[in-house]
Design a protein around this ligand. Structure first.
Ligand code: F6P
Length: 407
């Protein structure tokens, strides 16, 4: 038995399914070692509020089976089923005010923590890393995001569930699309990365998948190619089409578009009609094409975590506790080739910052990845392979593939 430890845990950045399953795993593994786990409410804001004396510290102590249901249902451990975060989460930038940062650091000290486990995405891990450096915290990071764009990990918590949610939505839209011969455009989350759109698009039977790594903007050429694809399908008797677009794909002039699915639906409707009028008979049937857009929005961030996310959460939570037991701090827990491993957090954050400063996503879809090849092989339109976006995502991948050290 090692010396009992006091662990803090917080969730930061946008929520996603599986956060509670990580918390559950951490508490179970820690309690079995006789360690205490303190749940910090609302990310680093909680530490600030602890410093301000707003919490009775004992009330923050998390216990295995501390969330029991009443009556006969007592004893059911609901944490691995529930989405959201029992701790609440925080989406804020770096604390600009040094007084705020000092308070957050003081909160860690007051709790008397031996280590802090932060479950976050690329942005929030960067913020917490900076505070940890200032406060000399023993930090362990666990990656979560439905965008799956944290570098060095093949999987982040929440991604698999979001893929399932979007895949189900595509199935549900298929029959109404077919009944009305409509082109259904489905806008999927993914501000900078297209993993979610790509994976769910393939699994959900999409005909077109647009992700920022492969199609940076909805240029007239891209829209023409999409219309061409729809025309070809219609000629073969498939009257409806499913188009999946990641929210990070830009407008015609390279600008960010608020409802890019709606924007694409209008472009396709207008262009197909115009193509017929200019005498291209392939598109004449498309003159009657009706488009509809669905924005899946935050529904992708909720829903009961899939078995795969629960397993990942359990494995990540256990690894975090193991790292603390071994005294190996400043590490990011990652998934690589079927194994849980860890990566030096300083290296990860250096790459995240470098990519952000150059406007590149730190964990993009690689343009020659297996799933991109699968999509192309299935005849799904994912953009013209000869005209990849100028600011190539290979930059990010090259940077971090150069010196990966996983343990
Ligand atoms: O970072 C994950 C993400 O799901 C993005 O894909 C999306 O743009 C963003 O969160 C929206 O977050 P919020 O509405 O919470 O600011």
């Amino acid at each position: 038995m090692t010396t009992p430890k006091r662990i803090g845990i917080l969730t930061s950045g946008g929520d996603c399914p599986g956060l509670n399953a990580v918390i559950r795993a951490v508490v179970k593994c820690a309690n079995r070692r006789g360690w205490d786990v303190y749940g910090i409410p609302y990310g680093t804001d909680g530490l600030m509020h602890i410093a301000e004396g707003r919490y009775d510290l004992k009330s923050l102590l998390l216990r295995d089976h501390g969330y029991d249901l009443p009556g006969i249902l007592q004893g059911i451990d609901v944490l691995q089923f529930l989405s959201g975060s029992i701790l609440g989460s925080l989406s804020k930038g770096h604390p600009e005010d040094p007084a705020v940062a000092a308070k957050i650091i003081e909160g860690y000290r007051l709790l008397g923590l031996d280590a802090l486990i932060a479950i976050g995405g690329d942005g929030s891990l960067d913020i917490i890393y900076e505070l940890a450096q200032k406060g000399r915290w023993n930090l362990i990071g666990i990656p979560k995001t439905i965008d799956n764009d944290v570098p060095f990990t093949e999987k982040s918590i929440g991604f698999d569930t979001a893929v399932q949610t979007v895949t189900t939505a595509l199935y549900d839209l298929t029959f109404t699309a077919a009944s009305h011969d409509r082109v259904m455009v489905v806008e999927v989350m993914g501000r900078d990365a297209g993993h979610l759109a790509l994976h769910s698009g393939i699994a959900g039977g999409a005909d077109v998948i647009l992700i920022p790594e492969l199609v940076s903007e909805l240029s007239p050429t891209v829209v023409n190619q999409i219309c061409q694809k729809i025309a070809e399908m219609r000629r073969r008797g498939r009257k409806f089409a499913l188009l999946v677009i990641a929210e990070g794909v830009r407008g015609e002039g390279g600008e960010r578009i608020k409802l890019v699915g709606d924007y694409l639906a209008k472009l396709v409707a207008n262009r197909s009609g115009a193509l017929c009028q200019t005498g291209d008979h392939n598109f004449c049937e498309m003159d009657q094409v009706e488009t509809r857009a669905t924005v899946l929005g935050h529904i992708q961030r909720s829903g009961t975590p899939t078995a795969s996310d629960r397993l990942l959460a359990s494995a990540f939570g256990r690894k975090a506790i193991d790292l603390i037991e071994e005294g190996r701090y400043n590490r990011l827990v990652v998934w690589e080739a079927g194994r849980v491993r860890s990566k030096d957090l300083t290296e990860v954050i250096t790459i995240i910052r470098d990519c952000h400063s150059r406007g590149i996503c730190p964990g993009p879809v690689e343009t020659d990845s297996t799933m991109v090849k699968v999509a192309r092989s299935l005849g799904i339109y994912v953009g013209d392979p000869t005209t990849l976006p100028e600011k190539t995502v290979h930059d990010a991948v090259d940077i971090w593939q150069a010196e990966v050290k996983l343990v």
